[in-house]
Write a protein that binds this ligand. Structure first.
Ligand SMILES: NC(=O)c1ccc[n+]([C@@H]2O[C@H](COP(=O)([O-])OP(=O)(O)OC[C@H]3O[C@@H](n4cnc5c(N)ncnc54)[C@H](OP(=O)(O)O)[C@@H]3O)[C@@H](O)[C@H]2O)c1
Length: 360
């Protein structure tokens, strides 16, 4: 099979490093171009990340000597040498939106981890197991941008990556109408570890800027429908969220309460989770977990440290399903925020876009 030539813009940052590390030895994708700010441009990748490489494995041999380009100044050169780019730059939102559009207009598809285009109506925000059909809006996006190949697709926020998959198989069949969720989010979600954020040791911070709005609103786009070349957001369920930063390195947990029009039995819910398969599993995409939703019967699971790496950090772990006195049911769930919730989820989306013919 042909290998796709891939670029990473924002390659020197925390999410960019995760992309580089995940893509090493990827069966379909070959990293050939790396870009960051002008502070890093002109250095080899190894020099540019010296002293700030945060991944467990060393800098991959295959990319060490790639000379980093400027993400803003070298757009044409990067577009010429890759089939598409992953975007993980950290700039002002308007600057990211403009930069990603510039790549798309240079006929270079963009698979983005950033929030800048999440609310652009013809930009798909895809969890491959949940709303793969949304990629159809790429055709109308291309018309708007005046491109043949170029487009932007985005990943949703990491906070919702555990509870939306758990609710999805129940939503239509039982009429999910109300959700209350509290998330317990890891510090890597802020691009930090305990060395760079020592104040988080022995501490909990009850505020993560912008996160509650994203946790409540983004599910409604994911559960929206493609109509007239744009994604029309869903009007239900009602979701209320509190997002809390906890002293954990990786792995966002969520405590979820949910109500339905027709209350399902607990065994029926567990059966729907066990049998759930999405497009990613049907297509057998390289990064897709074999079993997306894992239910643990033990009272003390899932645990962040024990379960976040399930299926290479791409699966969702669920536990403690029981009836509630105010909502119909309650449960907890967990997903790895920088793997499934960030770079891994974007790699899986890129695999879907390639498999479905949107990136040639
Ligand atoms: N951390 C997470 O888990 C997470 C999860 C979801 C989404 N995100 C989002 O992903 C993005 C990256 O996050 P991060 O934690 O990886 O940030 P980061 O570690 O600060 O890295 C930022 C990257 O952007 C580059 N950059 C900064 N200014 C630039 C400019 N003017 N032109 C071109 N490149 C520039 C940096 O290059 P230099 O090294 O040259 O400065 C670096 O490669 C952010 O928008 C963040 O909100 C992060």
């Amino acid at each position: 099979m042909k290998k796709y030539a891939v670029g990473v813009i924002g390659a020197t940052g925390m999410v960019g490093q995760r992309f580089v590390s995940l893509l090493d030895k990827h069966p379909w994708f070959n990293v050939v171009s790396l870009a960051a700010s002008t502070r890093s441009a002109g250095k080899t990748y190894e020099e540019a990340v010296a002293g700030r490489w945060m991944m467990a494995d060393a800098v991959p041999e295959s990319v060490k000597n790639i000379v980093v380009k400027s993400a803003e100044k070298d757009i044409e050169a990067i577009a010429a040498e890759v089939d598409f780019v992953f975007s993980a730059v950290d700039m002002k939102k308007e600057e990211i939106a403009a930069l990603e559009e510039a790549y798309a207009k240079a006929e270079c598809p963009v698979v983005s981890n950033n929030s800048a285009h999440r609310w652009t109506p013809d930009v798909p925000m895809v969890v491959p197991e949940i709303n793969p059909e949304h990629i159809a809006v790429i055709e109308s996006q291309r018309k708007r941008l005046g491109t043949k190949r170029g487009f932007i697709s985005v990943k949703s926020n990491c906070s919702l990556q555990s509870y939306i998959p758990a609710l999805h198989p129940l939503k239509d069949e039982f009429g999910l109408n109300k959700v209350l969720v509290t998330t317990y989010q890891a510090i890597s979600g802020a691009g930090k570890n305990f060395d760079t954020w020592p104040e988080m040791l022995d501490n909990v911070i009850p505020y993560i800027g912008g996160e509650e709005e994203k946790s409540e609103r983004e599910p409604l786009k994911i559960w929206g429908k493609v109509e007239d070349g744009v994604i029309k957001t869903a009007s239900s369920p009602l979701i209320t969220a509190q997002c809390i930063r906890v002293p954990v390195l990786d792995g966002h947990m969520a405590a979820v309460f949910a109500s339905f029009d027709k209350k399902p039995g607990l065994d029926v819910i567990k059966e729907r989770w066990a049998s759930f398969k999405g497009r990613a599993q049907e297509l057998d995409l390289p990064s897709a977990p074999k079993q997306f939703l894992h239910y643990f019967e033990e009272d003390n699971r899932p645990q962040t440290k024990l379960d976040r790496m399930l299926e290479n950090g791409m699966a969702v772990s669920i536990g403690r399903l029981r009836e509630d006195t105010q909502y119909d049911v309650k449960f907890v769930c967990l997903s790895h925020n920088t793997l499934r919730g960030a770079a891994g989820g974007a790699v899986l989306m890129a695999e879907l876009l390639c498999a479905e013919g949107y990136i040639d």
